[in-house]
Design a protein around this ligand. Sequence first.
Ligand code: ATP
Ligand code: ZN
Length: 289
Amino acid sequence: MSTGAVKLALQREGRLSDDSTSLLHRVGLEFDSYRNRLFATCRNFDLELLFVRDDDIPEYVADGVADLGIVGRNLVLEYGHPVTELLPLGFGYCSLVVAVPDESGVQSPSDLAGARIATSYPGSARRYFDERGIPVHIIPISGSVELTPTLGVAQGIVELTATGSTLRVNDLRQIDTVYTSEAELIANPTALEDPDRSRTIDRLCVRFKAAIAARAYKYIMMNAPRSALEAIERTASGLKSPTVVALADPDWVAVHAAVDAERFWDIIEHLRDLGASEILVTPIESMIM
Ligand code: ATP
Ligand code: ZN
């Protein structure tokens, strides 16, 4: 078990595939991602990639067929395989929700007592209703769960959704969230105890964290009137405090700061109002904290 490259399982074709391979490329791994192949080898890191169906990833990682996997937390929670959850990866966001037909009188989950509930997440649905002491009949379905109320198969569903648009198109109304999910890095617990493997896994985690943190920030540089410096420092506070550099003109300074990427347009508008000009914005490639 302790020789050879670390093996990472990722989804071959689906919602997580592009974000998974792009994360690997962003941390500098070089490999050919021919998805019609099962394996790929990294040329510059001791890592082998295994392209598989996402549903198989928790099991492969639990069995040690792969040391690591990139998979939605929803599947880890659904199957309950013994894997170690190492790191949330910041993509593949979705929620498992309870929904009923728009015209249904059901307002809260307890109104579903005695009802039939169709789902492709029977384990998670069972646990949800059991924990609340609501007796329901769980009907496992493998696809198009959102059609089952119209077909008369079920009075409610438990299904994954990212934006809620599939629910709306099918005249369904969400009444509760079972859990929220995102893609995460999972590991085989035994691999984490092996000195060689765990060292490689640690190196990968450092890189993933740096790439994920980098995405959360943008680096901005601007010229600012010295008189507005205090207000500008408050607006562009970002990490620690901004860097302030004197300019030849004593009334002006240059300010550099890492700012929250999700709010950066608001921040920039505010900085302009405060008198900042020549504002340059760049993405950050890595941020090693
Ligand atoms: P596979 O052929 O690999 O089994 P799949 O069709 O089961 O693929 P996808 O639909 O590609 O799986 O979804 C993969 C993962 O993407 C889900 O397990 C979930 O973590 C995440 N995801 C994000 N948004 C959604 C969504 N709106 N619906 C379903 N899954 C979503
Ligand atoms: Zn799947």
